[in-house]
Design a protein. Structure first.
Length: 243
């Protein structure tokens, strides 16, 4: 396999789908993806715990241990994270981690990034800032934070919720490390993000939510006596073969 870092290329960004369990990770590999991330929301919801509150540490680590044997790079969303958890997922075979600042003090996140890079320098640390996530965006603050995180040693920076081309361009120009953008069905296309210099595009919880929607739609169709769409539906044998 190619080195994980080398997949973050200008002009050909890494499209990173996010899995929530072993089956979804296996299907993504079968779909041709050479790198798979985990989704903290998907892992949290699948295990019946809240997202973003550090309740998924054990579940996230368990999932990483079970999917790092697949023929793909794995990067783990460890929410706000800790040095210990980052070291553990690296030991389990993960190529990278995603750590979010939850709009806490910049200095706290800088210390975390430096400590993780000191302990596991080969681990790709994607430093996320939540300036635009579930809140009105502050571009100036986003730029300030990603610069601080890049200066602290982060290998990439991530601003989920940022979708305005001018804002994305400003973030890309602000740092030398790869910029990660969360795919937004109503936002810029992959081609447009490529032109803006984005080097990683992740799906976040999109695939998990789409799977839940499809499951609900199929169940309602059975109940209501309407046709169930089987287009692209894997068979029992398809899924069993990945077990």
């Amino acid at each position: 396999m190619s080195d994980f870092r080398s997949l973050h290329r200008p002009g050909a960004p890494l499209v990173l789908p996010n899995a929530w369990d072993v089956a979804s990770a296996r299907m993504l590999v079968r779909a041709g993806f050479v790198a798979v991330g985990t989704t903290s929301l998907g892992v949290a919801a699948a295990n019946g715990v809240p997202d973003g509150e550090g309740a998924t540490d054990a579940d996230a680590l368990r999932l990483v241990r079970r999917i790092t044997g697949l023929p793909c790079h794995v990067t783990a969303d460890i929410e706000r994270g800790s040095v210990g958890l980052a070291v553990a997922v690296a030991a389990a075979g993960a190529a990278g981690v995603n750590v979010e600042d939850a709009m806490g003090p910049v200095e706290t996140q800088v210390r975390l990034i430096r400590a993780v890079k000191r302990e596991v320098p080969e681990l790709f640390v994607n430093a996320r800032t939540d300036t635009h996530w579930q809140r009105a965006g502050d571009l100036g603050e986003a730029v300030r934070r990603v610069r601080a995180y890049a200066d602290a040693g982060a290998d990439g920076v991530f601003v989920p919720g940022l979708r305005e081309p001018s804002g994305i361009d400003a973030v890309v120009r602000a740092v030398d490390v790869p910029v990660n953008v969360l795919h937004d069905p109503c936002g810029p296309t992959l081609a447009e993000l490529t032109e803006l210099g984005v080097r990683r595009v992740s799906t976040g919880s999109l695939l998990f939510r789409a799977a839940l929607a499809a499951a609900g739609a199929a169940a309602r169709a059975v109940r209501d006596g309407t046709p169930v769409s089987t287009a692209g539906l894997p068979t029992y044998a398809d899924i069993a073969a990945t077990g």
